[in-house]
Ligand binder design. Structure first.
Ligand code: ZN
Length: 121
């Protein structure tokens, strides 16, 4: 990949990371009320517990995402960004633009999803 493309993705990834970190910060303050109404149509007695689990799940997901972003940034530094971790082929630029943390090309990703379905996950 060209240096200017790499720099472009570096900017995208850093912005994304800032977004995620801001969201994590909001979660710490317990401020997830913004789209809570969309998530719960019928709130019942178990809602307090559900809130807790939801918060936990979101935090886990954000932490995972930050890790992915860091890995992608390291790959940019190493000059290996945009190469499929599975088959070593270049990942389609359009795919990277849509999902800048994508570690696999589309073919390998589909293969992985098939495998996961077979495992019953
Ligand atoms: Zn691949």
């Amino acid at each position: 990949m060209k240096t200017e493309q790499l720099e472009c993705f570096r900017r995208i990834l850093l912005e994304k990371k800032e977004d995620v970190e801001a969201r994590v910060e909001q979660l710490k303050n317990g401020d997830i009320h913004t789209n809570k109404d969309d998530l719960y149509d019928d709130v019942d007695a178990a809602s307090v517990d559900t809130d807790h689990n939801l918060l936990f799940r979101i935090r886990g997901r954000e932490a995972h995402l930050i890790k992915k972003i860091d890995e992608a940034l390291e790959q940019i530094d190493a000059g290996t960004y945009g190469v499929c971790a599975e088959c070593g082929e270049d990942i389609n630029i359009e795919r990277l633009k849509a999902r800048p943390v994508a570690p696999l090309c589309i073919a390998c990703k589909e293969e992985q999803e098939k495998m996961e379905k077979r495992k019953g996950r």
